[in-house]
Ligand binder design. Structure first.
Ligand code: 5GP
Ligand code: MN
Length: 349
């Protein structure tokens, strides 16, 4: 029986909870997958779910499509994560023999890169937990809610509904705290609700060491990263007439600063700290993949999700989205400039 259960409320609905409980009442072989280039929310949510399932005696494993940044590598349980690129044979076998695949923090299978075709061929039942717009319907059980601050907040709700929050250990609390913190820009984005703060308060009570987590995630600068930030800020182009600021970083500039994964995290946000700027973008050249990776952020009603979806083969949320371009860095930037005029009405001061 294929059941498509959609939840549009903050908490999971009754049918979704019952369907999950039924699945977990039997021993399963479980694979948990976050999106490619996993961030704090992707790693935090998958790890918390993994701890929860392991504690219930379910055989489970997290498979990341590719590596994740060093500033997340302190998280409890992260040593047991399989990397699809590095541990390819083992990861493929796990996907093939899985009876349930949880997909977390993404909305369509195109977000897992090379893993996509293996997931599409898997015989497992899919369970989606995600807060991105316009989810695809590959999952038997869907807990999808675009109003949620983070997938971590949703995993908290998931555990609350399926077993009770008393099952959240201090390791799980640290993982969930991290993802909520990173996806809400340290509890300041519009998606941060009173409920988000109540969840976070409970996570601190359950053992999440908030001060240390902020320190481990955010105070990890190297001299090269700070200088790369300097380079990015120097490259920033400000278009006041469109309330827009954008940054370009070429592969040469990244190489010069000994770029490490995660080094450009947060750079895009600097544009939004300028008075009057509501739209900020960063274009980062990736010669190995032959693409320009794009991150887009906005303040208020201007939807970067729509912008990324329409022009850069991407998507995300209203105020934070990503995409890509196959043009050169210069061509991508000038194409972007030419698009701004089309949004003149929304962007003009
Ligand atoms: P970031 O700019 O930090 O990579 O991503 C911002 C948000 O947009 C995240 O929620 C992320 O999942 C989403 N996102 C990033 N890149 C893509 C993409 O290529 N396609 C889609 N659909 N979403 C993306
Ligand atoms: Mn997220």
């Amino acid at each position: 029986m294929t059941m498509l259960l959609n939840c549009i409320f903050a908490r999971m609905n009754f049918e979704t909870i019952e369907a999950v409980k039924e699945l977990l009442s039997q021993p399963q072989k479980i694979v948990i997958v976050p999106h490619k280039n996993p961030d704090g929310d992707a790693i935090g949510s998958t790890l918390a779910l993994w701890h929860f399932l392991e504690n219930r005696g379910q055989e489970s494993v997290i498979i990341v499509p590719n590596d994740f940044p060093k500033f997340l590598k302190w998280m409890p349980g992260c040593d047991s994560i399989l990397n699809f690129e590095r541990e390819n044979t083992q990861a493929k076998a796990k996907i093939e023999e899985a009876s349930i695949i949880f997909t977390l923090d993404f909305n369509h299978l195109g977000r897992v890169g090379q893993m996509q075709s293996y997931l599409e061929e898997a015989s497992a039942s899919f369970v989606m937990i995600d807060h991105h717009q316009a989810p695809s319907d590959y999952a038997k059980i869907m807990y999808s809610d675009v109003n949620m601050s983070s997938t971590c907040e949703m995993v908290y709700n998931f555990i609350e509904s399926v077993a009770g929050v008393e099952h959240i250990t201090s390791a799980m609390a640290s993982c969930l705290y991290t993802g909520i913190m990173t996806d809400t820009g340290s509890f300041k984005f519009r998606s941060t609700t009173g409920r988000t703060h109540r969840v976070v308060a409970d996570l601190i009570d359950k053992g999440a060491e908030n001060t240390q987590i902020h320190h481990k995630v955010f105070d990890t600068n190297t001299p090269q990263r700070l200088r790369l930030l300097g380079c990015a800020l120097k490259n920033m182009v400000i278009r006041e007439e469109y309330r827009t600021a954008y940054i370009t970083l070429s592969q040469d500039e990244l190489d010069e600063h000994n770029f490490q994964k995660g080094d450009t995290e947060g750079f895009v946000n600097y544009g939004l700290t300028l008075e009057g700027i509501i739209f900020a973008v960063i274009f980062i050249e990736n010669k190995e993949e032959g693409i320009i990776k794009i991150s887009l952020r906005s303040i208020g009603d201007f939807s970067v999700n729509e912008f990324a979806r329409s022009h850069f083969n991407g998507g995300g949320h209203n105020n934070a989205a990503g995409g890509r371009s196959e043009l050169s860095l210069e061509e991508t930037a000038s194409h972007f400039e030419s698009l701004l005029e089309n949004y003149h009405e929304q962007l003009k001061p």
